[in-house]
Design a protein around this ligand. Structure first.
Ligand code: CAP
Ligand code: MG
Length: 404
């Protein structure tokens, strides 16, 4: 039987002692010896410290596969074990779960994405070109009524985008009820398809108390893609979508910064990326080289989503947050072409509006795929030229302005 191996960076007076305390707390031990825990129990179910790198302050702890309840406990149980009480132990000042390696039997128990990169490409029609997908988040984040939302979606699709999505805070508010929003938007996207011949996916945010019921409402109103805020909603929500619906699932990671951002404490995005792939997300926000969000180690996340993993389908890494046409080249260079590039402000903030903004994003991708520098391509592409004039191609650090 295999083991789950978790790597922790530990800040403690004695890293070996702290690692041992973590292994005990998270498996068969507690703060004192108890008569109920036999030697046999410790041997069979006890987690072991298998490696300690004192210089890097990293310890690897191996958990026997038998410690996990996959069928019923699923991903919540995995998290309670590898990422549970340990964060509060007095032996550690701070600790970060950096990575986790799963054995074959756990990976294949979870069947992963239903569509994966190739499946989503087939729906959109990019299996041949293999170019990055381009999407937009309808902005403003909240406030648009369904009719206006659908019009903006139509404009984005007419501009050639592959993908539109709800923002992570949009659910079923009174100003934009989900049923009305989805039916109008899908009707608008159908109209756009009649004109362009191209499919545009619309990821409906179904993050909610009863995600299956909400997703069913979206599907009944024509949805062709679903979206979940996986950390606020929970992994069982993602698995429920994966099991119950044959639609691609876009996974947003809102709230992750509270958990992933501190270098010495929390859980690395890499761990969540692996769990999302297990749970069956088809696209996941994992950061990128250029944009408004801090993105440490995004390359490792991309690898976890796209590399061979006991036959599980690869997940499309989503590069989002403060992206605009001027950042497309830098992001593709860093992330490759098997990515989804998204721009909200970078589409709807275009001087000529949403359709032109969508076109500018597509033109930037075309330029990169043809190996033509953006500035060069912009000479013959008005929308791209205007976008570059407004936003440039250099990473900026100050994003929010008074003119909003
Ligand atoms: C992007 C976005 C995403 C962030 C999340 C937003 O909009 O929709 O939520 O990208 O970040 O609301 O900010 P803009 P990440 O294109 O207008 O910035 O993908 O890093 O989790
Ligand atoms: Mg958003």
């Amino acid at each position: 039987m295999g083991e789950v191996i978790a790597s922790y960076r530990i800040d403690a007076d004695d890293i070996k002692v702290a690692a041992r305390a973590i292994a005990m707390e998270q498996s068969t031990g507690t703060w004192t010896k108890v008569s109920t825990a036999t030697q046999e129990i410790h041997e069979k179910y006890g987690a072991k410290v298998v490696e300690v790198d004192e210089e890097a302050k990293v310890a690897k702890i191996a958990f026997p596969v038998e410690d996990f309840s996959l069928e019923i406990g699923g991903i919540p149980n995995i998290l309670s074990i590898i990422a549970g009480n340990l964060f509060g132990l007095r032996e550690v000042r701070a600790v970060k779960l950096l990575d986790v390696e799963f054995p074959r039997e756990i990976v294949t128990f979870f069947q992963g994405p239903n569509f994966g990169i190739e499946g989503v490409r087939k729906l959109v029609g990019t299996s041949q070109t293999k170019r990055p997908h381009v999407g937009t988040i309808i902005k403003p984040k909240i406030g648009l009524p369904p009719e206006r939302f659908a019009e903006v979606a139509y404009e984005a699709a007419m501009g050639g985008l592959d993908f539109i999505k709800d923002d992570e805070t949009l659910a079923n508010q009174d100003f934009c009820p989900l049923e009305d929003r989805v039916s109008r938007t899908m009707e608008a996207l159908d109209r756009a398809k009649e004109e362009t011949g191209k499919t545009c996916l619309y990821a409906v945010n179904v993050t909610s108390e009863d995600i299956v019921e909400t997703a069913q409402l979206a599907v009944d109103n024509g949805a062709n893609c679903l979206m979940i805020d996986v950390l606020t909603c929970g992994f069982p929500g993602l698995r429920a979508l994966n099991r119950n619906f044959k639609l691609p699932i876009h996974v947003h990671r809102t709230m992750h910064g509270a958990i992933t951002r501190m270098k010495n404490h929390g859980i690395a995005m890499l761990v969540f990326a692996k769990l999302v792939r297990l749970a069956g997300g088809d696209q996941l926000h994992v950061g990128c080289a250029m944009g408004k969000m801090e993105s440490e180690n995004f390359q490792a996340n991309y690898n976890a989503l796209r590399s061979e993993w006991y036959g599980l389908k690869p997940v499309f890494p989503v590069c989002s947050g403060g992206v605009h046409p001027g950042y497309v080249e830098g992001n593709v260079r860093a992330g490759g072409t098997d990515i989804v590039i998204q721009a909200g402000g970078g589409v709807h903030g275009h001087p000529l509006g949403t359709r032109a903004g969508a076109k500018a994003m597509m033109q930037a991708v075309e330029a990169v795929m043809k190996g033509i520098p953006l500035e060069e391509y912009a000479k013959e592409h008005e929308e791209l030229r205007l976008a570059l004039e407004k936003w440039g191609t250099q990473q900026i650090t100050r994003y929010y302005s008074e003119e909003m």
